[in-house]
Ligand binder design. Structure first.
Ligand SMILES: *Cc1c(COP(=O)(O)O)cnc(C)c1O
Length: 375
């Protein structure tokens, strides 16, 4: 049987029961379950604020847009970022009219603090850190750099639902943390996400920005018995970015199983790790010490990546690559050649299949094939 990279695991009956509640109540939009998932997410992560979105991508856009207007940043002010990420991370910088400045990655495939320091200029206003595969990498050092220099820290936690350091969920030391609950992430819905600001005023503002700039949500207006429900104000030109109750219903169920699922992902990673340890021609990307990773990915590096991918495909095994160096894409090509580690990594990395339906024998079989075909 074929082994795919990701297969989301849904508790179908429980999800349907939650969705049924929405349909019976006649409430599928903003409010109701979206309030429920925001509360549950704050409890789960310990973060002070959480606003449910229709994706992580829109959250990253809003993070930059909100800070840009709040702090009066100019067009083309700089945001330090990584070339080794899903393009959402970098597109969000462009959406807000800011300039991505690419720093290089370390052996964890996350931003390297040394390289970050070299890319800071008087125009550096923010940095976006991506915890690739759930790994924190050298995030703590980067957070210090940002704090010392008053650089706003945005954490793209698309892979980090459930990542903990020292027993604590990540995110509380960033100015804003954005999660993805997209279809194949660790907490899969269909499309949704969560934006968690540190400051209350930012959380209040983002709630307006995700609903066209309207200053009260449907739930609050319906709940209050006032006769002037329709007479809301529109305070600025916002977007239609909020999440809905159907996605929230699925997320509420999935959240209950996030820790169990992540523990199994770490088990799969440990099996891969044992099998591939000290094998010639294969290097497993390590999790940073002290990090309990959500283990969205298990990445290895090999010298013959494309040939190995083909060989695995012939055995009905379909790994992935996270990611192509973003400076290969035309809108980021101005930075081509500036991040040699990322460029090299991007040619060597493979993400091995990682999902709840996999067994130890799947891991053993894939490991054997990797060892056999890696050069
Ligand atoms: C998936 C992903 C995103 C985008 O998430 P969506 O919820 O699909 O918008 C952003 N950054 C990274 C690193 C991702 O993997």
């Amino acid at each position: 049987m074929a082994v795919q990279l990701f297969v989301p695991n849904f508790r179908v009956e429980e999800c349907l029961a939650e969705i049924r509640e929405c349909l019976e109540k006649g409430w599928t939009g903003l409010g109701f379950k979206t309030v429920g998932i925001e509360t549950a997410w704050k409890e789960y992560t310990g973060l002070p604020h959480a606003h449910f979105l229709n994706s992580n991508t829109v959250g990253l856009h809003l993070a930059f847009e909100l800070f840009k207007s709040k702090f009066g940043w100019d067009n083309d002010d700089e945001v330090i970022t990584t070339p080794l990420t899903f393009v959402s991370t970098n597109h969000a910088i462009l959406y807000a009219g800011l300039k991505p400045v690419f720093a290089d990655v370390d052996d964890y495939l996350c931003l390297d603090p040394e390289s970050v320091l070299k890319h800071i200029t008087p125009r550096t206003k923010a940095l976006i850190f991506v915890g690739i595969g759930g790994n924190v990498g050298q995030y703590a050092k980067i957070a210090d750099i940002c704090r010392d220099r008053n650089i706003k820290l945005v954490l793209d936690a698309a892979h980090m639902s459930g990542t903990r350091v020292g027993g604590k969920h990540i995110g509380d030391d960033a100015d804003v943390t954005v999660f993805s609950f997209q279809a194949v992430k660790n907490l899969p819905t269909a499309d949704s996400g969560m934006i968690c600001f540190r400051e209350t005023e930012d959380d209040e503002r983002v709630r307006k920005l995700t609903w066209l700039g309207i200053n009260k949500d449907t739930y609050a207006r319906t709940a209050s018995q006032g006769a002037y429900k329709w007479m809301y104000d529109v305070e600025e030109v916002g977007y239609k970015y909020h999440g809905n109750s159907i996605m929230a219903a699925i997320a509420l169920v999935q959240l209950k199983y996030l820790d169990i699922d992540n523990a199994y992902r770490r088990q799969l990673a440990a099996w891969y790790g044992q099998n591939l340890k000290e094998k010639n021609n294969v290097a497993v990307v390590q999790t940073a010490p002290g990090c309990e990773s959500a283990q969205h990915l298990l990445q290895i590096r090999v010298q013959n990546r494309d040939a190995l991918m083909m060989a695995l495909n012939e055995h009905d095994i379909f790994p992935g690559v996270h990611y192509r160096d973003n400076t290969d894409y035309r809108m980021y090509a101005f930075a081509q050649g500036t991040c040699p580690n990322a460029t090299t990594a991007s040619k060597e990395i493979i993400s091995l299949p990682m999902h709840m339906r996999m067994t130890k024998s799947d891991v053993d079989l894939i490991s054997e094939l990797v060892i056999k075909y890696a050069r």
